[in-house]
Design a protein around this ligand. Structure first.
Ligand SMILES: C[S@@+](CC[C@H](N)C(=O)[O-])C[C@H]1O[C@@H](n2cnc3c(N)ncnc32)[C@H](O)[C@@H]1O
Length: 232
């Protein structure tokens, strides 16, 4: 992305009350694929500072349509004052350590505990700060994307393809994503990314790559958009 375009997204985000220009990445994904609709339950992995929480909450529609957005981040998240309401909650924790009990508690705080333990959409914008060593950065981002996929569809679904994954302990075996649900996961394209897309094609009706305009053009950052989880 050119410096001019970067400035443009930054200024627009500020004017629109979004916490970061990353809001425009999810807005573009949402515009193209309509992944979040009113009343849905959304899990946002790597949610800090909170711009995706804002966009996801807006997509839920007015509060009477219900739904919730649960954010997870290693960093403390101050819930945004704008474009968010009581349906949004955030937990400071490692997504790799997530348990069903944590999520139930967050959903209870968002007023949704009794209705549904699982989610219609799992988003992951998780990333590490880059090391500057391309192969290592790609491998670390792939690990986070695989963690998101495993949270969404369950460890055992991924183990059909390989058996070297970590145990995501404490989450339902079939994953947190409802049938017909959607997964969006960021990763740096490189070794292993096509393999992940291939694995996802076994579990979703449609799998596409997207590089939203708000992503720097020199970046290898891409979003894997997996739509319509197949019946288990
Ligand atoms: C690019 S930021 C996300 C921006 C966010 N989507 C927004 O729009 O405000 C990436 C985030 O991933 C988080 N992260 C990285 N590894 C994580 C992990 N294992 N568990 C939870 N969060 C993680 C980082 O702390 C960081 O805040």
């Amino acid at each position: 992305m050119s410096r001019k375009l970067q400035d443009h997204f930054f200024k627009d985000a500020k004017a629109a009350g979004y916490l970061a220009r990353s809001a425009y990445k999810l807005l573009e994904i949402q515009q193209r694929h309509k992944i979040i609709t009113p009343g849905m339950h959304v899990l946002d992995l790597g949610c800090s500072p909170g711009a995706w929480l804002q966009v996801a909450c807006q997509a839920l529609g007015p509060p009477h349509r219900k739904g919730c957005v649960i954010g997870i981040d290693l960093q403390e998240v101050k819930l945004p004052l704008r474009h968010c309401d009581g349906r949004v909650q955030a937990l400071q924790m490692d997504a790799m350590q997530l348990t069903a009990a944590d999520l139930r508690q967050a959903k209870a705080a968002a007023g949704q505990c009794s209705t549904l333990d699982r989610f219609h959409v799992v988003l992951s914008d998780m990333c590490h700060s880059t090391l500057g060593v391309a192969a290592a950065d790609v491998a670390r981002s792939l690990q986070l994307a695989r963690c998101a996929a495993s949270i969404a569809i369950g460890q055992s679904a991924l183990e059909e393809d390989e058996d070297s994954q970590e145990d995501e302990g404490g989450l339902p075996e079939q994953g947190l994503l409802l049938p017909e649900g959607h997964l969006v996961a960021k990763l740096l394209q490189g070794e292993g990314s096509e393999e992940l897309a291939k694995d996802m094609r076994k579990h979703f009706k449609k799998v596409a790559w997207m590089q939203p305009k708000a992503t720097r053009s020199e970046s290898r950052e891409m979003y894997l958009v997996a739509l319509g989880r197949k019946a288990m």
